[in-house]
Design a protein around this ligand. Structure first.
Ligand code: SF4
Length: 211
């Protein structure tokens, strides 16, 4: 347990731990370039070594906010797209949050590792599978986009194996692990040229200096 106040999380999803909430531009994946409100939920048990959101991992370290309070600043903004991310957002029941946002007409995008069962109703599901904790088949089957983080040739080989279980129209993306991008990006570029069913994804928000 972190040395922070422990916040109890009600089970029904009517209130959720929020690590961050902000309006920005989606920097990576198939929806790159779209303005979106990000709701970053607390809690992740996947623990990727390269994670750039380690502060989200402890689900009890974040203020638990009623859904009405989570939505309040969003309705004051021009946002039409909402990204629900984490952490691993599917550690929580997202049904209540999604229904409340859908009632207001928002496009809902999910960013998940796919390691927990799906909850909630989304317009776009991005699954980013992790080799040390593969996604559930039921989540893979519903993915609109698979985004693999690539550190070397073994990551691409594994991406091919996992993507064989995705739907036919699923968009396939290879994205360099940020810390080794100088080594991984040339590999990805050559692979996408030779296997054009794959696309290159970059963390453009890091180049734009936005969250
Ligand atoms: Fe970080 Fe995402 Fe991996 Fe969780 S799944 S450890 S939030 S990169």
């Amino acid at each position: 347990m972190d040395s922070v106040t422990k916040h109890e999380i009600p089970p029904a999803g009517a209130a959720l731990p929020v690590a961050e909430s902000f309006y920005s531009v989606q920097g990576e994946g198939a929806n790159t370039g779209k303005a979106a409100w990000f709701i970053r939920l607390g809690g992740c048990d996947v623990h990727c070594p390269w994670c750039d959101s380690k502060g989200t991992w402890n689900p009890h370290a974040h203020r638990v906010m009623p859904v009405s309070e989570i939505i309040a600043p969003i309705v004051q903004s021009p946002a039409i797209n909402i990204v629900i991310t984490g952490g691993e957002p599917l550690m929580h029941d997202l049904s209540y949050l999604c229904e409340a946002l859908k009632d207001k007409g928002y496009n809902l995008f999910l960013e998940t590792s796919g390691t927990h069962p799906l909850s909630g109703r989304f317009d776009w599901i991005c699954v980013s599978p992790k080799m040390h904790r593969p996604p559930l088949q039921e989540v893979l089957a519903d993915a609109d986009e698979l985004k693999f983080i690539v550190s070397g040739p073994e990551s691409i080989k594994w991406a091919e194996e996992i993507s064989a279980n995705a739907g036919k129209s699923c968009i396939l993306l290879l994205q360099p692990e940020w810390d080794v991008r100088d080594k991984a990006l040339p590999l990805i570029i050559e692979y996408a040229k030779a296997h054009p069913q794959w696309r290159v994804s970059l963390q453009t928000h890091k180049y734009m200096n936005i969250p």
